[in-house]
Structures are given as C-alpha cells and as structure tokens.
Design a binder for this molecule. Structure first.
Ligand SMILES: O=C(O)CCC(=O)C(=O)O
Ligand SMILES: [Fe+2]
Length: 360
C-alpha cells in the first residue's frame, strides 16, 4: 500500500479511479447505504443495466446455452451471462482473422507433445501457453469489444476505501490471466467439471464479486461429439456445497471463429473427443487486476537473476505454484511449477497440480 499512502483524495477528485481504469463504464453503479452492495455482481448488473433480452432476440437457444449474433450489444452479452453463466458469440472473428490465427497455431501445435496429467489436463491433449508471445493474431480476441468490454463491466467494479478520512473510489484494472491453446485429440476423456476461479480458491457466493471472465474461441468447429466445452448453465449461482454432475452439463456447439464467454464461477470442462479429428480451442481470461503480488518480483528478479538466490527465497518471491493451478508456466506443452525455470533438470512427468487431495 506504500504507493497510495501519500495520496489524499476527495470523492470529487477521483484521481485514483481515473488512473486505474481508462474506461469508466460504471455510471449506473449504485451505492447501498454508502457502501458497495455485496450481492452477486451480475444480479446488480441486470437490475441496473438491462433486462434479460427476450428469447426472440437470440439467434438460437439450444440445450441451455444461448448463441448471440456478432452484432449483439455488450448489454445483451451481460444479460445472458447473468442468467446462464456463459454465452456463445457466433463469428466473433472474421474468416480472415481466424485463418491467420489458425496458421500460426497449427505450426506451434505441430511441435508440441501431449500432456502428462490423466486427472485434469489430459494425456491426449496438447496445451500451449504464452500465446501472446507466439502470435499477434490472438490480439483481436482479447481486444474484441464484446469480450473486453463485457469483462470490464463485470470486473472493474469500484471499491470504496479509506485513506485517512478521505473515502476514495478505486476501480481495479483488469489483466490477462491465462492464455492457452487446448487441442483435444480423439480418445481423450471428459475433464472433471470445475470452476476456473478455483485457482484462487474463490468462494461462492462469499467471494462477492467475479474474479475472471474467460473466453474459448473455437479454432476448429466445436461439437458434442468432439469435446465442445461442457458447461452447466446457471452453476455460477451455486454455493460451494453443490457438486457438479455430468448430466447437468451441456456441450458448447459452435462453428470455428465463434466463442464461448463465461465467468470464473461457472462449472465447465473439456469434453470427451469421440470423433476422429482433434478439437482446437484458444482460451484466454481477463482477470481482476489486483489478484497478484503487490510488488512485481518477476520483473525485478527474472529467471536469470532469481537463479542466484537461495531456493526458499526463489519460492517465496513467486517461483512456486499454489495448488491447484495458480502460477504455472508452460514448458513442452505441460503446465509446470515455475521453479523448474530455475532448475537445470526436472521431472518431465510432473505438472503443477500438487497439493490436491480428496476431502474426507
Ligand atoms: O478445453 C476445454 O474445452 C476446457 C478446458 C478447461 O476448462 C480447462 O482446462 O480449465
Ligand atoms: Fe477450465
């Protein structure tokens, strides 16, 4: 908090919030008794921003997942996400944008082996991380207004904090949390249904706000047969006592170039690929900007510097994953514990999932 301690703001001079968010889409935000209303964010959005669109506004509603046209508004996207926890946008990318992206991804995936994790990430699945390092043709996905603006509306909700006797509004930033190409090959089974905000061990509904807005772009067609992402519509409203069941999940069926947008609290999973061709998706997330270490040790102590530090300090500054999956780095197609970046040799049959054990 050092950087803020010298800043004195009044409510009329909202420098902090102006600094923290280039776009300020919160003019409809309402305070309850001078404090943020901690009810589910999306419930508030629905009340204050737009009613749920009527069924005829949609291109298609099948088996619980709704598909919107690419010219839908951000309000439409928000309303369906509020109701279902996720929404499909048809033709999010143009055919040209998709072709350029696919050319790059095909080349990168060719060099990659399968995963090593029979429990979650798969053993007939290729996973490539650091996508924004490898291709510029994924930029239109994270920047797409129906994705980026939806994410801002869900994530960049202000908090009200005291700095001395001044109460200031602070709008968090959003950051890209995960980028991964996931290519599920024939013979891969269903992944366990899970919530991706489990990386922070987020609680529901006590978490009080959404931490993640995620996207899965179909790079190839997604079908029920080839492992189109399984989603349990409405599960973002469940508490943490309710277990997800396979028969509650519906497959995401969408043509290449279309995308599923969903929030961190929605149960979902990669599906079994019973077809004879791989299913390729690009997933990325916009996450709450403050879910990170306060000081950015990775920039001041990148791997070549950190290598010289004692191991306990290496791990303490962040070269260690937190179970179940927080902070991995992709090496050779496997989500590894970041400490392996500092090791000369490491066990290539291990991925960063340690620390998960069944509750009794
Ligand atoms: O591949 C998919 O469809 C979803 C994968 C997924 O949810 C994950 O790996 O966290
Ligand atoms: Fe997931």
């Amino acid at each position: 908090m050092r950087a803020f301690s010298a800043v004195r703001q009044t409510r009329s001079n909202r420098l902090l919030s102006a600094l923290s968010a280039p776009q300020r889409p919160f003019h409809r935000f309402e305070l309850t008794h001078g404090r943020r209303d901690h009810s589910m964010l999306v419930e508030r959005l629905t009340k204050s921003i737009s009613p749920i669109p009527s069924a005829h506004d949609y291109l298609e509603t099948t088996m619980g997942l709704t598909t919107l046209e690419p010219n839908a508004s951000v309000d439409d996207v928000l309303a369906v996400i509020e109701r279902d926890g996720g929404v499909i946008i048809r033709d999010l990318l143009t055919a040209d944008q998709l072709a350029r992206l696919k050319t790059d991804l095909d080349r990168l995936l060719d060099d990659l082996g399968f995963g090593v994790d029979p429990d979650f990430s798969g053993v007939k699945t290729r996973r490539l991380g650091s996508v924004l390092r490898h291709t510029r043709h994924a930029d239109p996905v994270v920047r797409h207004p129906l994705y980026a603006e939806t994410a801002s509306r869900i994530l960049q909700i202000p908090e009200y904090l005291w700095f001395g006797e001044d109460r200031v509004e602070v709008v968090p930033s959003k950051q890209i949390g995960v980028t991964q190409v996931i290519q599920i090959h024939p013979g891969e089974g269903d992944q366990p249904l899970h919530r991706d905000d489990a990386v922070w061990q987020w609680r529901h509904p006590e978490g009080g706000r959404q931490a993640r807005v995620q996207i899965m772009l179909a790079v190839s067609d997604f079908t029920a047969e080839n492992g189109g992402t399984l989603v349990i519509p409405g599960s973002h409203k469940w508490d943490d006592e309710r277990a997800p069941k396979r028969d509650e999940a519906v497959p995401t069926e969408m043509t290449a170039g279309s995308a599923l947008i969903w929030i961190g609290g929605t149960f979902h999973a990669g599906g079994r690929n019973a077809s004879d061709a791989p299913r390729t998706g690009l997933t990325m997330s916009w996450d709450l900007g403050y879910l990170r270490q306060e000081e950015n040790h990775y920039l001041t102590m990148p791997a070549d510097v950190a290598r010289a530090l004692p191991e306990d300090i290496q791990r303490a500054i962040g070269y260690e994953a937190s179970p179940p999956f927080m902070g991995w780095v992709e090496i050779d197609g496997v989500m590894r514990d970041p400490h392996v970046l500092l090791e000369d040799d490491f066990d290539r049959n291990l991925q960063a999932t340690s620390g998960m054990k069944a509750a009794t």
